[in-house]
Write a protein that binds this ligand. Sequence first.
Ligand code: HEM
Length: 415
Amino acid sequence: MDVLSRPLIDRTLPLLAEGYAWLPNRMRDATGPVVRTRIMGRPALALRGPEAVRFFYDEENVHRHRAIPEPVLATLFGHEAVHTLDGAAHRARKSLFLPLLEPGRVAGLVDHVTAAWDEAVPAWGRRGSVVLFDEAGTVLATGVHRWAGIPLDDADAAATARDMIAMVDGFATAGPRHLRARRARARQEDRLGRLVRDVRSGEVTAPAGSVLDLVCRHRDADGEQLDEKTAAVELLNVVRPTTAVAWFVAFAAHALHRWPEHRAPLADGDLPFTAAFTHEVRRFYPFVPFLGGLAVRDLYWRGEWIPAGGLVVLDVYGQNHDESLWGDPYAFRPRRFLERPVERDELIPQGGGDPATGHRCPGEGITVGVLEALAGRLARMEYSVPEQNLTIPLNRVPTRPHSGVLLAGIRPAAG
Ligand code: HEM
């Protein structure tokens, strides 16, 4: 009997119920280094570890085309997004995002985001208390729009941020959160599609070299410009994940509350520690659970067979909490990143491999840069943390502190 017809119990439902714990639990129960299971009717092999990362990101082994389920495309990534492409088509589209890796661009975005944060903080103080997750989303959405050359009235910033957050929040559920995510995507694709049309017709000017300008002028591998909808999808693939750094900002505040000893080095601007803290936030807190692609051909991984068309799953959360890589992985310990250099394929909260040639996130520099800057500002800000539910449920994907991190009595940093 081949693997495709072997009567494995489909694990889709436990996956939804157990969330982040699902694959790590299966790995713990497994006898070898892999887990064989079934997801959405397909045989699936789940892997982790730096070697598994290289296996997963080898295009001779794993493709993305048709690997991402429609509910995820309709909410998180968008149809025809760069995430769904392989080979020459992927490389041509990815070239649109590679400038995001340039340190100068990252610094430009950090400047816009920190300016938006500094503008917002006095009003937070006047309001008595704020939910940091929501406010960080608005700050990030404001900063990324200004930087990308995409017009956004200040009055629309909070609603736009809510749409960006909704698209991420609803991709892994079937209930009301999912419907909200679909409606948010439709609204935002419509807004940005109209903007692309106006730029191309000359009615609106895109600042030269801005993300808006690059996307409007980009040509795919076939030499054609992106249609308006796909251009909107790719603009959203910059604006949405930058807004989603709000998850990490909330997690950073959670860490500062739970382990206040980290506040002083951040507030003092200790740069190596700030970088280490940022990496530990991305490693320790649960965000991306796993990534999947389809086996291009019959594959063997450590003696385990996966048939052509089977699902290959990279256990992102599991690898970021793998005892053999991280020693005491469930301890929040930023200094682990100061004790040894971390290899490219060990820390994979935003995917692995080389972002220039594979699907690794091109926004990792942006995420780190923005988070470093905002973690420092958080550590210097005066506030209290009222009684609230700060638990982070592991059966919710994506999860976050239940309260969104309520802060009260906010006073900007002196000096
Ligand atoms: C891809 C995570 C921020 C743009 C990815 C992938 C992950 C990820 C896991 C998929 C890797 C793969 O398929 O192998 C995150 C997380 C972020 C974040 C956790 C923090 C909030 C950003 C930012 C940007 C960005 C700030 C842009 C400004 C993209 C794009 C892709 C991508 C365009 C598709 C790359 C491709 O398919 O080649 N991200 N990301 N992300 N990310 Fe991010």
